[in-house]
Ligand binder design. Structure first.
Ligand code: AFP
Length: 322
């Protein structure tokens, strides 16, 4: 079994990017340890402050954010970071080549029920001529990503990573502290009979999504003439991991629950990195209007509609919008 550095060298990843990825993974090993300690590490429960998204932070979010931020900024490779837990970007080394966006603990409502959570990250090169404290560094489309990944803190700690040469899975060997390559070139089957959506929002979706999901639920009695299964983990890392492992379609569509917030998922540190991983595994990742990775960001915390997974099923879903 291969360790991560030789596997990345085989994919012709530049040495400084390999060093940055190893730095990020050092942070995730520490987060994995703390997550595994659960209530023993005395960090579960909510702090009283609210983060920029208006959601109550869990203490483990704060700890994970601090760890990820400190370790990446101290590495010297990073010009700036942006995080779900930071109001704006944070400057690092003025000469750093890379910028990193991350969600330190995605699915944080799962923390207190000891269920799936994970860290999502996206790496781009810093554009020339902008200072480290300029948040505009991050206003690049997802196609500019040079690396994306997530670490899933489940029964085992797993990394899904892409540098544009396929999507690979690694598993953390906790006895030696190393991520080992356990599956190269993961592929999402174009066909599926499984979907993931928060059904409790059904009455708030736009008509095309309502019609599409109605047809899936109608199963063998409806126009699709076969049954579909449904799963929802309430942590995008868990749902996307399932799609990468056994296929499926995952969507968080636009809805009209709150006119000021038609979408839930964040572009820079949820949708873009997951899109890169899914596309590299042969899947599609879109909004009802086009490819997610081609969206020109206007804000580091902007939210976006997400429809991703099995190619033929995503295309089927989009056909309801035409
Ligand atoms: P948190 O990280 O704030 O818990 O949100 C998780 C998430 O952004 C994403 O990971 C899930 O897919 C989605 O929210 C779950 O949303 P619901 O609350 O509608 O289940």
């Amino acid at each position: 079994m291969q360790r991560i550095a030789p596997a990345l060298r085989e994919d012709k990843v530049p040495l400084d990017l390999i060093s940055l990825i190893k730095t990020i993974l050092a942070a995730t090993k520490e987060i994995s340890f703390r997550v595994g300690q659960g209530q023993l590490s005395d960090v579960l429960g909510s702090t009283l402050d609210e983060n920029i998204q208006g959601e109550v932070q869990k203490q483990l979010d704060v700890v994970a954010n601090q760890l990820f931020k400190d370790i990446t900024l101290e590495s010297g490779f990073v010009k700036a970071i942006s995080s779900e837990e930071e109001d704006t970007s944070v400057a690092g080394n003025e000469n750093g080549k890379y910028i990193v966006s991350f969600d330190p603990l995605d699915g944080s409502s799962n923390i207190e029920i000891n269920s799936l959570i994970g860290t999502i990250f996206s790496i781009m090169e810093a554009p020339e001529g902008m200072s480290a404290d300029n948040p505009d560094l991050f206003k690049q489309p997802g196609t500019a990503q040079v690396c994306a990944g997530y670490v899933l803190y489940g029964p085992s700690t797993m990394l899904a990573l892409t540098t544009g040469a396929g999507t690979h899975f690694y598993t953390l060997d906790k006895t030696h502290g190393s991520y080992m390559l356990t599956e190269r070139n993961v592929q999402i089957s174009p066909e599926t009979s499984e979907f993931a959506i928060n059904m409790s929002n059904q009455r708030f979706w736009q008509a095309p999504m309502q019609n599409y999901i109605n047809d899936l639920v109608a199963g063998s009695d409806g126009p699709r003439e076969r049954n579909f299964n449904m799963r929802w983990i309430a942590a995008m890392v868990g749902d996307v991991h399932r799609v990468l492992v056994r296929g499926g379609i995952f969507t968080y569509p636009a809805d009209n629950r709150n006119p000021n917030k038609p979408n839930k998922l964040r572009l820079m540190y949820e949708a873009n990195p997951m899109s890169f991983l899914v596309e590299q595994a042969g899947g599609l990742s879109v909004t009802s209007e086009g490819r997610i990775m081609e969206i020109q960001p206007t804000d580091i915390h902007q939210r976006v509609e997400v429809i991703l997974g099995a190619k033929n099923e995503v295309e089927k879903c989009l056909s309801y919008y035409k």
